[in-house]
Write a protein that binds this ligand. Structure first.
Ligand SMILES: [Zn+2]
Length: 74
């Protein structure tokens, strides 16, 4: 599963990463990508993942690999 990445010391799938950002399980998630930005909290590397929290919505989520910081493009 090359799509899995380490976030805060844990391996996560795209769906799990989207769930971490959203706070709830999501319907579908795309592959994890490196966001071209640093975490505003700790300066760590930020990952991005596109996901569908519902059938009518597509969101890009961002999550720091090292701390609890997360955001979406909502
Ligand atoms: Zn951070």
């Amino acid at each position: 599963m090359a799509d899995n990445r380490v976030v805060q010391g844990r391996m996560v799938t795209p769906g799990k990463l989207a769930e971490l950002v959203e706070g709830d399980p999501v319907m579908d998630a795309e592959a994890i990508a490196d966001a071209e930005r640093d975490c505003p909290e700790c300066g760590g590397d930020v990952l991005s993942v596109g996901y569908m929290p519902s059938v009518t919505e597509f969101v890009t989520g961002f999550k720091c690999q090292q701390c609890d910081w997360k955001a979406t493009d909502r």
